[in-house]
Design a binder for this molecule. Structure first.
Ligand SMILES: *Cc1c(COP(=O)(O)O)cnc(C)c1O
Length: 366
């Protein structure tokens, strides 16, 4: 079965092999060396001076960012399931917030965010997704961050990069916190979350807040090459291998490959008459609007061994989402787009003629 969902993604063999090694203790010089090296590689990838890893899924890092960064009031951007989560976290902690809501296919408006901030001087932090996975949408985060910093450089910009880090180079010069998750573009099992932090973010965190998710404690410990609690050692060791691999390929080359594969994937899907859902598609996936998505997904899974994701919430049955994160070989993507075309034939939507694979490979060759 090909796991073609936009998280979790397939775990390459070189990563899986790392789990066969003997367990090492986390309070040892051996692990300390790996942790420091992995943090450094992650800082390099995110262009931040500071980084911490948490043993949790990505949402744990979102929660940690909210409770440690907001001092007065948050502005949260909700254009899907993951953007909605910021508000839910604020609510759970009784943190004051204002939410700007967008349709799932619509990127956040820079002007509206600027207006919201000028309108309410209590707001001291902005929370947004770089790639909102619910609708496969890319927000103009870099532009938003730059505009907000012009108004007040003390306002913290927190970007959920769970389906953006490792997919494209993010200009983090105006961003203060970026969040990553192991099971998306880092091609690992779930269970590890990462945060990249600016100097200003570390200042804002101060003594931190919370217990398990107190970022001040983690920053202090991880600077010394250790962690406050038992870390997900196996995932950190595996992340080290993933980052080494991406560095060996060349980060920029890897981003180029990802962008080219995305272009080919989108072109082949459109060539067989389907339409891409978001107005500004994220490179992490292809989110396809299709009213018979559940029937299509069933054929893909049972007949062609391809597991793609459906839509969430009110988009269930109207959307299917094909992953573009990680290291996906062309033969796999060709099988995926070909299977989609075959399934459309089976559903009586469009007669099969091999267009999807042809367009995909032509685009890749160009
Ligand atoms: C997957 C994902 C998350 C985190 O989800 P977890 O299930 O907690 O790992 C957060 N934001 C985005 C954009 C995601 O795609």
């Amino acid at each position: 079965m090909i796991l073609a969902t936009p998280g979790p993604v397939e775990i390459p063999l070189f990563v899986r092999k790392t789990f066969l090694n003997e367990t090492i203790h986390h309070r040892t010089p051996e692990f300390k060396e790996i942790l420091i090296d992995t943090l450094n590689k992650f800082k390099n990838l995110t262009h931040f001076p500071e980084a911490v890893f948490l043993t949790s899924s990505g949402t744990g890092a979102m929660e940690a960012a909210v409770i440690n960064i907001v001092k007065n009031k948050a502005l949260t951007i909700n254009a899907g399931k993951f953007g909605e989560r910021w508000g839910k976290i604020c609510k759970a902690y009784g943190i004051s917030y204002k939410e700007l809501q967008y349709d799932w296919d619509t990127p956040a408006s820079v002007d509206e965010i600027v207006a919201a901030i000028e309108d309410d001087r209590e707001i001291d932090s902005v929370f947004i997704q770089i790639s909102e996975s619910a609708g496969g949408l890319r927000h103009p985060v870099e532009e938003i961050a730059a505009e907000v910093k012009l108004i007040n450089p003390d306002i913290m910009i927190v970007a959920d990069g769970i389906t953006a880090l490792g997919v494209e180079d993010i200009d983090t010069s105006n961003i203060d916190v970026v969040i990553g998750g192991s099971q998306k573009a880092f091609m690992l099992p779930p269970g590890l979350a990462m945060l990249g932090l600016s100097e200003k973010a570390v200042e804002r965190i101060g003594k931190g807040r919370g217990f398990y998710f107190n970022l001040a404690n983690e920053i202090k410990k991880q600077r010394e090459g250790t962690t406050a609690f038992t870390p997900a050692t196996s995932l950190i060791i595996a992340l080290n291998e993933v980052l080494k691999k991406l560095e060996a390929i060349g980060l920029n080359k890897h981003y180029e490959n990802t962008a080219l594969r995305h272009k080919a994937l989108i072109a082949s899907i459109e060539a067989i008459g389907l339409s891409i859902f978001p107005q500004n598609p994220a490179l992490s996936m292809a989110a396809v609007y299709f009213e018979r998505a559940e029937e299509l997904r069933k054929i893909l899974k049972t007949k062609y061994e391809v597991n793609v994701a459906g839509g969430q919430d009110f988009m269930k049955g109207k959307l299917f989402r094909v992953n573009n994160m990680g290291l996906i070989e062309d033969y796999k993507m060709e099988h995926i787009v070909n299977s989609i075309e075959l399934a459309l034939d089976e559903l009586g939507v469009r007669e099969y003629d091999g267009t999807a694979v042809r367009v995909y490979s032509n685009e890749k060759l160009r």
